[in-house]
Design a protein around this ligand. Structure first.
Ligand SMILES: Nc1ncnc2c1ncn2[C@@H]1O[C@H](COP(=O)(O)OP(=O)(O)OP(=O)(O)O)[C@@H](O)[C@H]1O
Ligand SMILES: [Mg+2]
Length: 509
């Protein structure tokens, strides 16, 4: 029995008469409820906007009695439930269209009251009302009356079952690789999808590549990327950044490398905890986003970019639903890195008390605190003082790293990395002079200077020289000079003091 079914059965036994199940898969949930009703020997009666009253019991299960009156409205169905003569499970769909905060207040008030009365009446009966919805979306006055059960997307074991029964049903056993390692990769590639989405991806993969073997994996991953991107807060990030692409930031890189070991079964057995979250803040262009990407590569985890700013660009209600959906996708894909770039831009204003922002921030922080799955939040920020205090409170993130401008040794590394990245041979340049010329410059500025120098030289039909790079550098004001004012802000200094430096302190320029 899966965990959700156990929760539902326990709730029914404990006489929780009103239950809300959050699920992306109504049909799957109904199938589970059919099995539950069958094993508990009670009827399963459905209600929705089209079919109204419907017997959903399965063959061999208890038949539902005919309805006693018209049940086209939600109110009449609630009445029918309260008068129903025997124990039963009632599963209601489309309820959010019949009870929502935008209804005329008298109608809303009476629907809320009807549910509260029904709860009273069902207390001493064996009747259970279950509402299915993608996210809990009933008026907040009913929050305490309903037991909320989240039915997560399928986990690895469940997806394995889905895969095996799907190929059996389609008689595609021959298409499925017999290599357990490949099967594992196929299942990993589908993690994060609903059961229906996974089946559809498997079917498309067979049609596309003729098989479900290693050739199908890029196709499956691509399908997943497209499906995930339908939640417009999430982006599945292709990532080829490694620590070799980062110059300097040795303390931070060391932290990431050491944490890699915490994900092993051996570490878990010793009670070593995996990280929950990491905050990287500091000077613009200093490699914060680059490091977040590298973390996913070091830990060999998929990288999901979570655009938290968009949460607040949406309607109230919708924004929370989308956020919860995005987080549930991340949990299903876990272990993964959930990267929140420029987090302060998303949450700016939350301290100001805007009601939705504060509520969404609250539910995000609760999720971060309580999440059981390995979804490691890596947040990056420039102006960390714009973040609400709750966010940077001690213990929220495992560690906060402050990234400043690179020191001499770090710039040497960055110059070499960037030259190779841009197809230049460091041997053709006076690296030591460039190290001196680029003091107070960030990695991003060094990269930009190299790229511009290349273009300038190309325009004059020659190879770029050390002087070309110097000329670009000399013509641009360092970003650090304007950012320094922010850094000197006592509030910023305070946060720096509570953080770790990303690079060794000595030798700073
Ligand atoms: N330490 C570094 N080593 C190598 N390259 C770097 C480094 N820092 C920055 N770069 C180069 O600059 C680019 C931009 O850096 P990145 O986006 O990581 O900066 P950031 O700190 O996230 O900036 P912002 O605050 O503006 O978001 C990188 O893609 C990389 O090419
Ligand atoms: Mg960035």
């Amino acid at each position: 029995m899966n965990e959700t079914i156990t929760k539902i059965v326990n709730a029914i036994r404990a006489r929780d008469s009103l239950i809300f199940i959050e699920t992306q898969e109504e049909d799957e949930a109904i199938r589970e409820l059919q099995a539950i009703a069958h094993s508990m020997e009670v009827s399963l009666i459905g209600w929705d906007a089209v079919d109204h009253y419907k017997d959903l019991g399965i063959k061999g299960g208890r038949k539902a009695m005919q309805q006693s009156g018209q049940v086209s409205s939600l109110a009449s169905m609630l009445n029918e439930i309260s008068n129903y003569p025997s124990d039963a499970i009632f599963v209601l769909r489309d309820v959010n269209h019949f009870i929502h905060e935008r209804m005329p207040p008298p109608e809303l008030a009476s629907t809320i009251r009807n549910f509260k009365i029904l709860k009273q009446k069902l207390r001493s009966t064996g009747k259970t009302v279950i509402i299915l919805g993608t996210n809990y979306n009933l008026p907040h006055e009913l929050e305490d009356d309903f037991l909320l059960i989240n039915r997560p997307r399928p986990n690895k074991d469940q997806l394995k079952q889905i895969l095996l029964s799907f190929v059996a049903a389609q008689h595609w056993e021959d298409c499925l690789s017999t290599d357990e390692r490949i099967r594992d990769l196929i299942i990993d590639a589908a993690l994060g999808l609903t059961a229906d989405q996974a089946r559809s991806s498997f079917a498309k993969a067979v049609i596309d590549s003729g098989s479900l073997d290693e050739n199908a994996i890029p196709f499956l991953l691509d399908q997943k990327k497209q499906i995930i991107q339908r939640n417009d807060l999430l982006e599945y990030y292709d990532n080829d950044i490694t620590t070799d692409s980062i110059g300097g930031l040795d303390i931070l890189k060391d932290w990431l490398n050491k944490r890699k070991l915490t994900f092993s079964a051996e570490a878990r057995a010793l009670g070593i905890l995996e990280p929950k979250g990491l905050m990287i803040f500091g000077v613009p262009g200093s490699g914060k986003s680059l490091t977040a990407k590298a973390a996913a590569a070091i830990w060999q985890m998929p990288l999901l970019r979570f655009d938290i700013g968009r949460v607040f660009g949406q309607f109230v209600g919708q924004s929370e639903n989308n956020m919860r959906d995005a987080l549930s996708i991340a949990e299903a894909i876990s272990p993964c890195v959930l990267w929140i770039d420029e987090i302060e831009k998303g949450f700016a204003g939350a301290g100001g008390g805007h009601e939705t922002t504060v509520r969404v921030l609250g539910s995000f922080l609760t999720w971060m605190q309580e999440k059981k799955s390995t979804v490691i939040v890596i947040a990056t920020a420039n102006d960390i003082t714009k973040l609400p205090d709750e966010f940077i409170r001690k213990g929220r993130f495992d560690e906060m790293f402050f990234v400043s401008i690179p020191n001499n040794a770090e710039r040497r590394e960055i110059i070499n990395i960037q030259m190779l990245k841009h197809k230049l041979d460091p041997q053709d340049f006076d690296i030591e002079r460039l190290v001196q010329d680029t003091s107070n410059r960030t990695g991003a500025e060094i990269e930009q200077a190299i790229m511009d120098a290349k273009i300038n030289a190309f325009y004059e039909n020659r190879k770029p020289t050390t002087n070309d790079i110097y000329n670009v550098i000399a013509s641009v004001t360092p970003i650090y000079s304007s950012f320094q004012q922010k850094l000197n802000d006592p509030a910023y200094q305070n946060i720096i003091r509570s953080a770790k430096p990303a690079s060794p302190e000595e030798d700073k320029c």
